[in-house]
Write a protein that binds this ligand. Structure first.
Ligand SMILES: Nc1nc2c(ncn2[C@@H]2O[C@H](COP(=O)(O)OP(=O)(O)OP(=O)(O)O)[C@@H](O)[C@H]2O)c(=O)[nH]1
Ligand SMILES: [K+]
Ligand SMILES: [Mg+2]
Length: 368
């Protein structure tokens, strides 16, 4: 039996099983088994046909962040990519026009982004259909995903694509679950929580831990987590990526239909062919990338606003800033003066190397 058919079998059993107190232990076991099988699809150990990274799919990474385009064939990914970057990625009316990763760059508010146009994927992509597995492998390494959807096609496509990505450990528009598991030598499983747990009970937690052979541990929930979030923490190889649902081809629909589309969270309706509403898309993209622009100010001189140093959120300390300019500068760094949102005083604040900078801060570095 192949991994894929085993997954299918467990999914069927989960769907058949009624959710109640009596079945929760069993469901916890099933969900864990499913996650373990899915792990084999993320890191296939055997050759498995078209599995594994494909030649020509890995491209040299440039820029501060990368955005990968995921979607079914002919939804307009390449048309959008060419328009945004100026790099031509062939677009045509037939499916699978794009056969490999096509990189381009886009400048947004002084930050250079890498845009990766990808081949269309089909349902079952993660299980090795078409070039799907390679496409998904590239998208796992992106800082943002554009899920491109054709508004003339059924909206169910969105859920299908999400399932493909979820199946390989990609979590869209989610934060890592706030659950900590501390393994112990003895004492059994201790469960505590700072908020009421409405989606799981102790039986499920015990079933999951036992399925992963964790017999003694203290588990602390700081959010109302689901069983899948618990499993995510145990499995550990999840990637959390912001995703914008790009609803393309709105030139084909009515205003009334357009109004309905606006109800979908994290979405932007556009037309890549008629170049409609692209500004909203790039604004949203900028917002969700949460990049931090920092301007240098030499001491006793005005700030240099011509070219920001662009950092990523989570890696935007004064030391990160110095490193981005030059390793030697970082080595000699003693303290900094900061002006802007992260500074306590409008006239600037003296800060240490661990101080976290915010977008549009101005910084003067002082050496030892
Ligand atoms: N009406 C309309 N057609 C569009 C739009 N964007 C793209 N198209 C058309 O849709 C077809 C497919 O466009 P592509 O850009 O090749 O789509 P793709 O998603 O890159 O396709 P694959 O690489 O084959 O997966 C082409 O005929 C485009 O002209 C749009 O906004 N409106
Ligand atoms: K196409
Ligand atoms: Mg294409």
């Amino acid at each position: 039996m192949t991994t894929i058919s085993k997954i299918k079998e467990i999914e069927d059993e989960i769907n058949k099983t009624q959710k109640n107190k009596a079945t929760s232990y069993h469901l916890g076991q099933l969900r864990s088994k499913l996650a373990k099988l899915q792990r084999e699809l993320i890191n296939p150990t055997s050759g498995g046909g078209s599995g594994g990274p494909g030649q020509g799919f890995d491209v040299a990474r440039t820029g501060i962040a990368s955005v990968g385009f995921i979607g079914f064939p002919s939804v307009g990914k390449s048309t959008l990519m060419s328009g945004l970057t100026g790099t031509t990625s062939e677009a045509a009316a037939y499916e699978f026009t794009t056969l490999t990763t096509v990189p381009g760059t886009m400048d947004i508010n002084g930050a250079k982004l890498q845009i990766l146009d990808l081949p269309g994927i089909i349902e079952g992509a993660k299980d090795g259909k078409g070039r799907g597995r390679q496409v998904i492998a590239v998208s796992r390494t992106c800082n943002m995903i554009f899920m491109v959807l054709d508004v003339c096609k059924p909206l169910a496509d969105k859920a299908k694509l999400e399932k493909e990505l979820e199946g390989v450990g990609i979590r869209l528009n989610k934060q890592p679950p706030n659950i900590s598991i501390t393994k112990k030598d003895k004492g059994g499983v201790m469960i505590s929580h700072t908020v009421p747990l409405t989606k799981i009970d102790h039986d499920v937690v015990k079933a999951v831990l036992s399925e992963y052979k964790i017999n003694s541990a203290s588990v602390m929930f700081r959010q109302d987590a689901t069983v899948d979030e618990l499993i995510d923490v145990i499995e550990g190889n999840r990637v959390y990526i912001p995703c914008i649902y790009v609803l393309n081809k709105i030139d084909q629909i009515s205003i009334e239909e357009l109004d309905l589309l606006y109800k979908i969270p994290h979405s932007v309706p556009i037309s890549s062919k008629e170049w409609l509403n692209i500004d909203e898309l790039t604004e949203k993209m900028w917002e969700e990338l949460r990049l931090v622009r920092v301007y240098t100010k030499p001491s006793k001189a005005p700030p240099d606003y011509s070219q920001p140093v662009v950092l990523r959120q989570g890696k935007s300390s004064v030391l990160d800033f110095a490193n981005a300019i030059h390793k030697e500068i970082a080595k000699q760094l003693k303290f900094a003066m900061v002006y802007g949102a992260s500074s306590k005083h409008p006239r600037g604040q003296r800060v240490g190397v661990d101080h976290i900078l915010m977008d549009e801060d101005v910084v003067t570095l002082f050496k030892r």
